[in-house]
Write a protein that binds this ligand. Structure first.
Ligand code: EPZ
Length: 416
């Protein structure tokens, strides 16, 4: 297990150009298999999850080349429609390949993705959406086997605005016969990014980013060039890293309009936020105020992915904050570790009551999942003394060289 050794107390101030969005690049790379051509994806972050997605593409027979932040995918040689167990277990979000593979090959076999540290992560909504498009699905021996003589457009209603299910439905529908309507679709900005990329490939997707998406099926798709949107969760994590230390942070290459719910909370906690076209400038007070209640909700509500880093903020704020986690059933694993650092947090089911303390203490803590790990880094930056955060393999799944960015803003941090 890799470690980050952090000596707290430094103000985190400076300027960061935010990386491309992990949760946009994964479905967009999956979509490239549908083109009998070459796609060039720019602003790809250097992350373990992107590396694993590149591996899935290669196993499917695509030719993948990475140069700096650009990934070039030649899908003309695609010759397989299966994603095996080891890759699915390594990265459950590979499930988003399902719709793309079926669209290209009219069949697909993937290992059941299974759960992950933050919850069971069922895929019933994904499969229901695909069945609505005429895909026959058999679940046997731990595999999902899909087949469709023809994919026919239809009406899909999602009981919950699932991001992944919306993405799989879009990927399966773009070359269907006829039109498809997806209602109660997820509205996350990453969905809009996927819709924009699909349209550059020649698809006819309307309303991506709204709760009703309509797709007119087309014969075929071509390779396209696309630049991934900035990562709004990573952006908010760096704002939190600066805010907890009373620093001044300027983020470049961000879309403030995608971050309204998070910026609103930071303002409520006492940070001064100035938004320009693609920049956010934040000045934090020496000590933040508590936030009355944070409820995680589907977009445009407060994102579940930033719940844990913002709980670190609340842990040293003045007053008591309440967090309610409505999206995943097991997303408070960072609480035990923050408590080891002196935080005063009481968890009752999906609620966590955080009573701010003046100062956290450095300690040895363990990251058990991606965003909880980021929360421990944020807390360590303000803690008194040295913190060793182990489990960097989780953090590296979503944060590109986190220590490099924080070092450039004055942190006392090193990777071991
Ligand atoms: C995406 O996961 C993101 N991952 C998650 O980010 C993010 O937290 C989540 O959306 C919510 O915004 C990627 O994009 C790769 P969901 P996804 O389907 O698609 C239930 C991170 O840290 N559900 O919107 O899996 C599910 O159990 C990751 O970057 C069903 O019940 O999220 C959960 O309670 C973590 N049946 C809720 O919906 C289904 O078929 C939200 O899940 C699908 C989902």
């Amino acid at each position: 297990m890799g470690k980050l050794i952090i000596k707290g107390g430094e103000k985190i101030s400076g300027e960061i150009r935010v990386q491309g969005a992990k949760n946009a690049v994964l479905p967009i790379l999956a979509a490239t298999v549908m083109a009998d051509g070459i796609s060039v994806i720019k602003n790809c972050p250097c992350l373990r999850d992107v590396d694993k997605t590149d591996l899935v593409l290669e196993r499917l027979g695509c030719n993948v080349k990475r140069e700096a932040d650009t990934v070039t995918v030649d899908a003309r040689g695609m010759c397989d429609c299966r994603i095996c167990e080891d890759l699915m277990r390594e990265m459950r979000s590979s499930i988003v390949f399902l719709g793309a593979i079926i669209s290209r090959c009219k069949k697909a076999v993937v290992s059941m993705p299974g759960g992950c540290p933050i919850g069971l992560r069922p895929i019933d909504l994904h499969l229901k959406a695909l069945r609505a498009l005429g895909v026959e699905i058999r679940e046997e021996h731990g595999y999902i086997k899909c087949e469709a003589a023809e994919i026919t457009g239809g009406g899909i209603h999602l009981d919950f605005p699932s991001v992944g299910a919306t993405e799989n439905a879009m990927l399966a529908a773009v070359c269907a016969k006829g039109s498809t309507t997806i209602s109660n679709a997820a509205r996350e900005p990453e969905i809009t990014d996927l819709g924009n990329f699909l349209n550059k490939m020649g698809a006819r997707v309307h309303g991506a980013g709204s709760s009703v998406i309509t797709i007119d099926g087309v014969e075929k798709l071509r390779g396209a060039e696309y630049t991934i949107m900035p990562d709004r969760i990573v952006a908010a994590t760096y704002l939190a890293a600066s805010a907890i230390t009373g620093g001044e942070m300027c983020l470049r290459g961000v879309n403030p309009r995608d971050m309204r719910a998070m910026l609103h909370v930071l303002t409520e906690m006492g940070a001064e936020i100035k938004c320009e076209k693609n920049r956010i400038i934040q000045t934090a007070p020496n000590r933040l105020k508590s936030v009355h209640t944070i409820r995680t909700m589907p977009y445009p509500g407060f994102p579940t992915d930033i719940q844990s880093p913002f709980m670190s903020l609340a842990a040293t704020a003045r007053g008591t904050s309440v967090f309610i986690e409505n999206i995943f059933e097991n997303r408070f694993q960072h609480v035990d570790e923050l408590t080891r650092m002196g935080a005063d947090i009481k968890v009752e089911g999906r609620s966590a009551v955080v009573r701010g303390v003046k100062e956290l203490q450095g300690a040895n803590v363990v990251a058990r999942e991606l965003r909880g790990g980021a929360a421990l880094v944020v807390a360590a930056l303000a803690a008194n003394g040295i913190t060793a955060v182990s489990g960097t393999e989780f953090i590296d799944r979503g944060y590109e060289s986190i220590e490099k960015y924080l070092l450039s803003c004055g942190a006392n941090i090193r990777r071991e």
